[in-house]
Design a protein around this ligand. Structure first.
Ligand code: FES
Length: 123
């Protein structure tokens, strides 16, 4: 059963099932309130704080989300799976540097062309 995800920064809402990560569901829904980068838990572009609701997260790069931040609800949207309706607030570095317009989408794929993140190895 899909849940509702609300991005507080933009007011965008979209549906996301518990088997799909929030970033993937956001892109599929053509929303863009969360910056997109590697899509693999490594770059930190999609960092959000879950302000409301239950969720599970998968392994994240500790260089971009510390254990303390994770304990306070910070997760990477590409590693975030809702367990009910959730609200998130985008926090990645790109969010502060860019004004996201609802009709504009951007990607940070160019930022780390030679680096490969291995999600099974905790850093
Ligand atoms: S998009 Fe790079 S960590 Fe999520």
């Amino acid at each position: 059963m899909p849940f509702q995800v609300t991005i507080e920064n933009t007011g965008e809402t979209f549906r996301c099932s518990e088997e799909v990560n929030v970033l993937q569901a956001m892109e599929h829904s053509r929303c863009n309130g969360i910056p997109v980068g590697c899509r693999n838990g490594g770059c930190g572009a999609c960092k959000v704080r879950v302000t409301e609701g239950h969720y599970v997260s998968r392994k994240m790069n500790r260089a971009v989300v510390s254990a303390d931040e994770e304990a306070q609800g910070c997760v990477l949207a590409c590693r975030l799976y809702p367990q009910g309706d959730i609200n998130v607030k985008a926090m990645g570095r790109a969010w502060g540097a860019a004004k996201v317009h609802k009709s504009v989408s951007f990607s940070l794929d160019f930022a780390r062309p030679a680096q490969v993140f291995q999600p099974d190895k905790e850093t």
